[in-house]
Design a protein around this ligand. Structure first.
Ligand code: HEC
Ligand code: HEC
Length: 315
């Protein structure tokens, strides 16, 4: 009995060690969080649609990316996958999960000041994060993606406490050089799986340049990017064993988001009800009295305080 116990505790010990070395095992260490198991889904019409949705989201570039052979299917403008940012196929806590997303729509959305549907929200990421165009509402791709969201039945990224100082891209550059460059590259270019034109996407997605999210995307906000990075990067960690401090996460997010990326036109039409515009949305119109730079890098508390007194960006 005692020997048996020792054997088991040794086994646990070696499991813990290997969990520390392989990224797959990390997912299981998140006991407070369980995404539903797709392998248990029957192979009926619904099951097939859900699986097709998951495949589209994990290999977006292969089905609707800018390099696919069928030109009419080139909906995305870059070679990211949805799951470049929605980690573990949308099942990772604080990795922008889709668990619970479906039930939260139709939803009031500040960006548009209107009620928005799941499909419209997906097209929000299509037009910004994927720097592309809308999927038709009746397309099989849209049906598959919404089916997958329906199947995943809580959310967002880590909410970090804002720094009292501005996030510092210069300090962030050093963090990038020590902790990110190995995968994402010296020019933020990432690492393609194959070669240009083969619609095979990236092993490590690009963080700036032409083939990544545009300046109107959620990830272009330093606070959102910092929370995502702290909870998920370097790839393999989770929020339970984060390696960056909050300060490092803000600084590296500031560095990444100060690099060039695609520009979305008409961003001033976002958030028509100006009071809903996030304080770190780094595009005009800005809160009167605060610079573009302060909106982008902070400190954000002074802007929050002005907002609380009713000072909002003008129309
Ligand atoms: C560059 C990173 C990135 C990529 C790529 C991306 N998204 Fe997102 N997505 C985000 C972020 C960040 C948010 C949340 C912040 C926000 O509201 O802007 C989000 C939010 C969402 C939401 C709302 C989630 C909720 O619970 O409210 C849905 C649905 C969604 N994305 C679907 C998709 C789909 C489908 C794709 C692929 C076609 C995709 N996203 C690609 C970053 C990304
Ligand atoms: C071991 C390789 C690796 C390292 C190191 C790494 N990443 Fe990532 N990164 C990935 C992978 C892979 C993804 C796609 C999501 C996933 O599967 O985890 C990703 C996704 C991202 C994304 C969202 C997708 C995009 O293209 O914008 C951001 C932002 C990001 N990483 C930033 C960072 C930052 C900042 C660091 C350094 C603190 C870092 N990463 C370190 C591998 C890595």
């Amino acid at each position: 009995m005692e020997i048996e116990m020792k054997r088991i505790s040794r086994l646990f010990f070696s499991l813990a060690i290997s969990a520390g070395l392989t990224s797959g095992a990390f997912a299981q260490s998140q006991k407070d969080w369980q995404a539903p198991d797709i392998t248990k889904l029957p192979d009926d019409k619904y099951g097939q649609m859900v699986r097709q949705g998951m495949a589209l989201m994990e290999a977006t570039y292969k089905h609707i990316g800018p390099e696919v052979k069928d030109v009419s299917k080139r909906y995305a403008g870059n070679n990211l996958a949805c799951t470049s940012c929605h980690v573990d196929a949308g099942g990772r806590k604080f990795g922008n999960p889709w668990v619970g997303t479906f039930a939260s729509f139709p939803q009031y959305r500040g960006r548009e000041d209107a009620i928005s549907t799941t499909e419209e929200r997906i097209n929000g990421c299509m037009e910004r994060s994927l720097n592309g165009r809308k999927l038709p509402l009746d397309s099989v791709e849209m049906k598959a993606m919404t089916s997958y969201l329906h199947f995943l039945d809580g959310g967002g990224t880590l909410k970090l406490k804002a720094l009292e100082r501005a996030a510092d891209p210069v300090a962030g550059k050093l963090v990038y050089a020590s902790t990110c460059v190995a995968c994402h590259g010296a020019n933020g270019e990432g690492l393609r799986r194959g070669k240009v034109g083969d619609a095979d996407g990236y092993q490590f997605p690009p963080l700036w340049g032409n083939d990544t999210y545009n300046n109107g995307a959620g990830m272009a906000r330093v606070t959102l990017a910092a929370g995502f990075i702290k909870g998920n990067m370097p790839s393999g960690i989770t929020h339970l064993n984060a390696v960056l401090t909050d300060e490092q996460a803000f600084d590296v997010a500031a560095f990444v988001n100060s690099q060039s990326r695609p520009v979305k036109r008409n961003l001033e039409k976002d958030f028509p009800a100006r009071k809903n515009k996030p304080v770190d949305a780094a595009f005009a119109p800005y809160t009167p009295g605060f610079s573009a730079e302060q909106h982008k890098f902070g400190p954000w508390q002074p802007i929050q305080e002005a907002r609380a007194k009713g000072v909002y960006p003008l129309k």
